[in-house]
Design a protein around this ligand. Structure first.
Ligand SMILES: [Zn+2]
Length: 263
């Protein structure tokens, strides 16, 4: 005989599905992110403070996460203390161990999935089909017809965007402005940091990642400032850091499956 308890640790999915699971209205809503309360009406996002909030959420989010974890624990501790008091009063003959077992059993039966936080940023849709696609579109639409013939550009899917992410910086130098080149380079560097399966020094990794995410957002703002407000996938980059603290390497939450990788 064995007992099986099903638990859902997280909800990996593309961005619209994660928004739906978290009862959030999606990337076109004023508050565009399911993981925090950033954004708002145009007057808010157009203000210095509101615009900047879209960049630096990771720090606040980490503080909130640390705080929230304690608060979550404290919430359950308070309930358990109250339950223990009542249980002792009603069952004066029960031992301390029996009461502990009873309360732990109750605690295990409580739901523990938070869809607003347990929806880890998914890198196929957020990076390859999001950030890299924006970069490619900006680049491709800026080319002359003659230059376009240098690049294959139709029907691109995830694996093509991954190749572009890894190689673009080596091929476009004379074809783009300096701001645009900075953007391409920032995204390439960020991608190389995200597609890792193991992190040997978490503190150093997160410090580096924070800089690369900041560089990418700054580079986007220099090329197309409105994208920061309009595209939730850019803001979601800031949530990658707390997600990695919580779930480990972000590639583990990727839903990408290349042909040939399927069983
Ligand atoms: Zn957010």
């Amino acid at each position: 005989m064995c007992g099986v308890r099903l638990r859902i640790p997280s909800l990996p999915a593309d961005n619209p599905q994660q928004a739906e699971e978290a009862s959030q209205a999606g990337g076109n809503a004023n508050h565009l992110c399911q993981k925090c309360e950033v954004g708002g009406a145009y007057e808010v996002t157009a203000s210095d403070e509101g615009y900047h909030a879209l960049f630096d959420d990771a720090v606040r989010q980490m503080q909130t996460n640390t705080g929230t974890k304690d608060k979550v624990a404290q919430y359950w501790i308070d309930i358990l203390l109250e339950k223990a008091k009542i249980f002792k009063r009603e069952n004066p003959d029960k031992s301390q161990d029996e009461i502990t077992m009873e309360l732990l059993g109750w605690l295990r039966d409580q739901p523990d999935l938070d869809p607003t936080q347990d929806t880890p940023v998914e890198i196929l849709h957020t990076i390859l089909l999001g950030i890299v696609k924006y970069v490619w579109h900006l680049f491709h639409t800026s080319l002359t017809d003659a230059q376009k013939s240098l690049f294959y550009n139709n029907n691109l899917i995830g694996k093509h965007f991954k190749t572009l992410m890894q190689t673009m910086a080596f091929h476009v130098h004379s074809l783009v402005t300096l701001d645009h080149f900075n953007l391409i380079q920032s995204v390439d560097e960020l991608g190389a940091m995200l597609w890792v399966h193991e992190i040997s020094n978490m503190d150093m990794y997160l410090d580096d990642l924070k800089i690369l995410i900041g560089n990418t957002l700054d580079a986007f703002a220099a090329v197309d400032a409105a994208k920061i407000i309009n595209k939730v996938k850019l803001h979601l980059l800031t949530h990658i850091i707390p997600d990695i603290c919580h779930f480990g390497p972000i590639i583990q939450n990727s839903t990408e499956q290349w042909p040939g990788s399927k069983p």
